[in-house]
Design a protein around this ligand. Structure first.
Ligand code: PMP
Length: 281
């Protein structure tokens, strides 16, 4: 497979990253994951916009235009002949003598690679288990930072409990998942945490808000508590790789009927239809 390294397409064996790359030492960088369906990058522009926004928030200047960047990602997918999969791309502040403050001058380092990934159809159909885990991350969760230790620790704890995803909460308030956004449905209304500094505003989340509007489903971007979560009629999560995934049980408590809810299934169908339109599947 080909790898994108700055402006060059190289082979993996040729990739050479400094021991003092700030991404490696400090997690000083940001990333994106873009889904590929039938060889097409799904919601590429939204992901690219967020990539540039995250970079700007930590004062990394991406050394090419969005159009050039888009084309490079597209070329990578084509060169690697990816049909269904994803592109992972990150940019770090680059190499410098180890010191905490930003160096006077660095060249940011971009690396992108692809992989084939199947859609998690069975979990999407049957639903997944969630576990409440305290959200101990920092206060800039709006940045898609390479610093994922808080997310990794939470996911591991959920995993050890036999759950698919960690449902993070700050005190009593549910924020998001360790790598997803969270939604509850009560009396036909969808509730989800507002897009503040406490969550990552997911691209899939944005698609869901748009689809809900098209379907005439009311959405309240309003935080809810753990106790309220357990009282929801339906619960689901979203991400680029999990798409819209029902959560049928939290910490062993069934949500609603303990099976994927009707509104969740309607949204999944709308997502599927939207996908077919977007990528002409
Ligand atoms: N929140 C967090 C913390 C995430 O890591 C992700 C996945 N990148 C999401 C939400 C979902 O975002 P998206 O729909 O853009 O994949």
């Amino acid at each position: 497979d080909w790898i994108l390294h700055n402006e060059e397409f190289i082979r993996e064996e040729e990739l050479n990253i400094s021991k003092e790359d700030r991404g490696y030492q400090f997690g000083d960088g940001i990333y994106e994951v873009v889904r590929v369906y039938e060889g097409n990058l799904f919601t590429a522009e939204e992901h690219i916009d967020r990539f540039y926004e995250s970079a700007e928030k930590i004062k990394i200047v991406i050394p090419y235009t969005k159009d050039v960047f888009h084309k490079m990602l597209y070329d990578l997918v084509e060169m690697n002949d990816i049909n269904n999969g994803q592109v992972y791309v990150q940019i770090t502040r680059g190499h410098a003598l180890r010191q905490h403050h930003f160096p006077e001058s660095t060249s940011p380092v971009v690396v992108a690679y692809t992989k084939t990934v199947e859609r998690p159809l069975e979990l999407m159909r049957n639903g997944a288990k969630g576990a409440f885990i305290e959200d101990v991350r920092w206060l800039r969760c709006d940045i898609k930072s390479l610093n994922l230790l808080g997310n990794v620790m939470a996911k591991q704890e959920a995993h050890e409990k036999g759950s698919f995803e960690a449902i993070l909460h700050r005190g009593e308030v549910v924020t998001e998942g360790s790598s997803s956004n969270m939604y509850g449905v009560k009396d036909g209304i969808i509730y989800t945490h507002p897009a503040t500094n406490l969550i990552l505003n997911g691209i899939t989340r944005r698609v869901i808000l748009q689809l809900s509007q098209n379907l005439g489903i009311e959405v309240q971007e309003m935080a809810f508590t753990k106790a309220q979560a357990l009282e929801m009629d339906e619960f689901f999560m979203s991400s680029t790789t999990a798409e819209i995934m029902p959560i049928t049980e939290i910490d062993g408590n069934p949500i609603g009927q303990g099976i994927p809810g009707e509104l969740t299934k309607n949204l999944q169908q709308a997502f599927e239809a939207n996908l077919k339109l977007a990528v002409k599947m």
